[in-house]
Design a protein around this ligand. Structure first.
Ligand SMILES: *Cc1c(COP(=O)(O)O)cnc(C)c1O
Ligand SMILES: [Zn+2]
Length: 471
């Protein structure tokens, strides 16, 4: 690997994702869409001018230098693959120290052969979700262009992450837009504790998303939602860490929950780039899992046959579907609040990723999500409901025979268990009222894997009896 540490920003530029447009913009411009056609933007690189290693294995050399923050970060360790900022502007709070765990219990639950199911535990990030991978990148760009305020709309984890980067770096004020009643206390408590300005709008996530885009335009506040193309650059490194943990072998499947579709989009970009750089010879398949109550991607991709189609997706079908949502006043509704989104901002990029990775899309019910979540928990890696959609989706694809029991499957656990304890406790409770209050309205009727607290009077003998009876 070349020794050069400071890379000129001129090697990176922004480019419209639509092959029919391909307008380019300077990396120093703040944009979330193409000025010509309104589409999303990519960050692109002049790879020949970058010190990209010849082999992925060469990145391991950075481990020996992990006393340097940029080598320690699980994102910036791979900075040659996301070189858009000079080293001195890079912000890191130690994100991306996340492990890939084999999980015999979850493997059995899904019906895989032993050792074939792996869980990438992104809940281990500083703010407890994968969002930190992208936030450090967007935040770095905000710092490069001299922003003093950064904003997001959030179902919770983006705001927790933004608030954390703001208070740890002391570089910016964080402004957070949330919908009313749709945010878990674990996440809200982070934003409040970290001191971000928190604006609660009377509306849902999709409403908050529209407003934050208007407000950031109007007040010149830097927007860090995943329409921000720099976010996705950081999230590419989740795939690099998966490969690294697999000794640079390529898994057969990457399974990820789909909300705003930033993660799935960034995975597609990562593999596309690695393949064109000749750093890998094969691309895994992608499975994006929607919640049944927020299934726009599933509906468009699997039911209506919408494809990226080499950059010419059938926009009439997409617009038609959104018009139906509006006409029926249909709102996203799932216990998996992090993916409770009906208008995924990265839809086109995700369609592109599905093409590149020969992908499939499935939808899973809240019942399936919570059952899968309890299996993840029982295996020792707790996750929040949205994350468990990946496991529930993998199980479904295994049952359909699309995933073979012998294939190697990586499910991304996007967020930590403690983000949403309400759902977990309600699932395990013996109190039918509590269960109904939190889960009944979601169509969840049973808790097949509930681990109920045993109730006992405050009496020594009675307690002894209970323990003997249950061991
Ligand atoms: C944000 C989030 C998602 C959805 O990811 P997208 O990139 O928006 O598709 C899933 N799970 C958790 C825990 C999240 O925080
Ligand atoms: Zn364009």
């Amino acid at each position: 690997m070349a020794a050069s540490s400071s890379v000129s920003t001129a090697v990176a530029y922004q480019q419209c994702i639509m092959p029919g447009c391909r307008a380019t913009y300077d990396v120093g411009e703040v944009r979330t869409s193409c000025a010509t056609c309104g589409s999303l933007l990519d960050i692109c690189y002049d790879w020949d001018a970058l010190p990209v290693p010849n082999r992925l294995k060469d990145f391991e050399a950075k481990w020996a230098r992990r006393n340097e923050p940029l080598c320690k970060s699980g994102v910036w360790r791979f900075k040659e693959l996301l070189s858009f900022a000079p080293d001195e502007k890079i912000v890191t709070i130690g994100e991306g120290q996340t492990p890939l765990h084999p999980s015999p219990g979850v493997s059995d639950y899904i019906g895989m052969k032993p050792g074939r199911l792996l869980l990438q535990y992104e809940g281990m990030n500083p703010s407890g979700s994968f969002k930190d991978n992208g936030m450090c990148a967007a935040f770095t760009h905000a710092h490069v262009i001299g922003a003093k305020r950064a904003a997001c709309a959030s179902t919770g984890n983006t705001s927790a992450s933004l608030a954390l980067y703001c208070c740890m770096s002391r570089l910016m004020q964080g402004v957070i837009f949330i919908g009313s009643g749709k945010i878990s206390y674990g996440k809200l408590s982070q934003a409040l504790d970290y001191g971000a300005l928190t604006v609660q709008i009377a509306g849902d996530f999709d409403d908050a998303m529209q407003r934050v885009q208007q407000i950031s335009q109007k007040l010149g506040i830097y927007l860090v939602n995943s329409v921000n193309p720099f976010r996705l650059e950081g999230q590419k490194t989740i795939m690099l860490r998966v490969l690294e943990s697999m000794n640079w072998e390529i898994p057969d499947w990457i399974v990820v929950p789909g909300g705003n579709l930033g993660n799935s989009s960034s995975f597609g970009k990562a593999f596309h780039e690695l393949k064109s750089l000749g750093l890998i010879d094969r691309v895994p398949r992608l499975a994006v899992i929607n919640a049944a109550g927020a299934d726009t991607l599933y509906e468009l991709y699997e039911k209506r046959g919408v494809r990226w189609n080499h950059g010419e997706p059938d926009q009439t079908k997409i617009d038609g579907y959104y018009a139906e949502l509006d006409a029926g006043a249909k709102k996203a509704d799932t216990i998996a609040s992090a993916i409770e989104i009906n208008r995924p901002v990265n839809l086109h990029k995700c369609l592109r990723a599905l093409e590149c990775m020969h992908g499939v899309v499935r939808e899973v019910t809240d019942q399936e999500i919570l059952d899968a979540k309890s299996q993840v928990g029982a295996s020792g890696l707790g996750c929040e409901p949205a994350s468990a959609a990946s496991v529930a989706g993998a199980k479904m694809l295994r049952e359909e025979g699309i995933i073979d029991p012998d294939e190697r499957v990586v499910c991304i656990l996007t967020g930590h268990q403690l983000k949403d304890p309400t759902a977990t406790v309600a699932y395990h409770t013996h109190d039918q009222n509590e269960f109904n209050k939190v889960l009944g309205s979601r169509g969840v009727s049973r808790a097949a894997f509930a681990n109920r607290a045993v109730q006992v009077e405050n009496d020594l003998d009675a307690i002894v009896r209970v323990i003997q009876l249950n061991s």
